[in-house]
Design a protein around this ligand. Structure first.
Ligand code: ASP
Length: 308
């Protein structure tokens, strides 16, 4: 990240680089409503959202506005992507219009790298297939750091469809860099033992009730029905792996509960747990997401030689 204007993933990003971005996001957080001073020149940032998104797309768009730049949003439906135009060709056309950076969400793992290589523009990965979702992880780290202070030796429990989750993959890289221990829990079909090979900091568990008491923070993940993982999960998912009221009551009061959204209410989280303002930091994650994306875009545009 420090040597490259793009942010394609958190894999390989070191702790000082992550901390620099989180510190810059903390700078933006109290200024979210007013944004920054007007930039010397207004950059045009292309937001290529070729796969569905609510939070990430709106958050990037808000971040571009708050920085005083101009977003141009392209979505999969209603664009030539639905006529079969390749990612590379679509991106090359946006670059030819003079855009200064691209944000890419797509179903294809590695898509943002293809766009970076094809255009030479700084590219920010907004979630690619099952690969990575680095800005989601950065906003999770920002939220965790706010609640827990240093993440060194903290135990972060991530529950659910880890196999299909780009959020989990980015968080494994990010949390490892921050010195945390990561406990992955879920059914064996979605949390295979081999996930422990991703990092020495990772432990795998298939019995949530056996490990939940040990967590300093709990991150619940969505069952990725569109990646056909839902079929592998029995109807009693909530019973075995949902954060029910009863399970949440076993957590110490200061243990934050995270979820990247969208939430399947009553499956991953009970309504009372999700809506409990003392425990659930789900909307705080969203708030921090804008500041984190401001920091990432600012870096991308500065490193690429643009004003911001
Ligand atoms: N919104 C996140 C993503 O795009 C998490 C999810 O969809 O489950 O990966």
């Amino acid at each position: 990240m420090t040597h490259d204007a793009s942010l394609l993933g958190l894999r390989g990003l070191d702790r000082p680089s992550i901390e620099a971005l989180l510190d810059r996001a903390d700078h933006w957080l109290p200024r979210l409503e007013q944004g920054g001073p007007p930039p010397a020149s207004r950059a045009v940032v292309g937001l290529m959202f070729l796969e569905d998104s609510t939070r990430t797309r709106c958050s990037f768009e808000t971040a571009v506005h708050r920085l005083g730049h101009a977003p141009v949003v392209l979505s999969g439906r209603g664009s030539s992507a639905s006529k079969g135009e390749s990612l590379r060709d679509t991106a090359a056309n946006l670059a030819a219009m003079g855009m200064q950076a691209l944000v890419v969400r797509c179903g294809q793992s590695g898509g943002p790298r293809i766009v970076r290589d094809a255009t030479g523009l700084p590219v920010v990965n907004a979630g690619d297939g099952r690969h990575e979702h680095p800005t989601q992880s950065l906003l999770d780290l920002s939220t965790l750091r706010d609640r827990l202070g240093s993440l060194e030796d903290r135990r972060i429990l991530i529950v659910g469809d880890i196999l299909n989750s780009r959020v989990a993959r980015s968080n494994i890289h990010g949390l490892t860099a921050m010195g945390a221990h990561i406990l992955l829990a879920g059914p064996a079909s979605l949390v295979p033992w081999r996930l422990a090979d991703l990092s020495p900091a990772v432990t795998v568990a298939h019995d949530l009730d056996a490990v939940i008491d040990t967590a300093d923070a709990v991150m619940m993940l969505r069952i990725q029905r569109e990646r056909s993982a839902g079929r592998a999960v029995a109807d009693d998912y909530r019973h075995a792996f949902g954060l029910t009221r009863a399970r949440a009551d076993r957590l110490a009061p200061e243990v934050p509960i995270l979820h990247p959204g969208p939430v399947n209410r009553g499956v991953e989280l009970d309504d009372e747990v999700l809506d409990d303002p003392a425990r659930s930091v789900v909307l705080e994650q969203v708030r921090r997401g804008v500041a984190v994306r401001m920091a990432v875009l600012e870096h991308a545009l500065a490193a690429a030689g643009g004003d911001n």
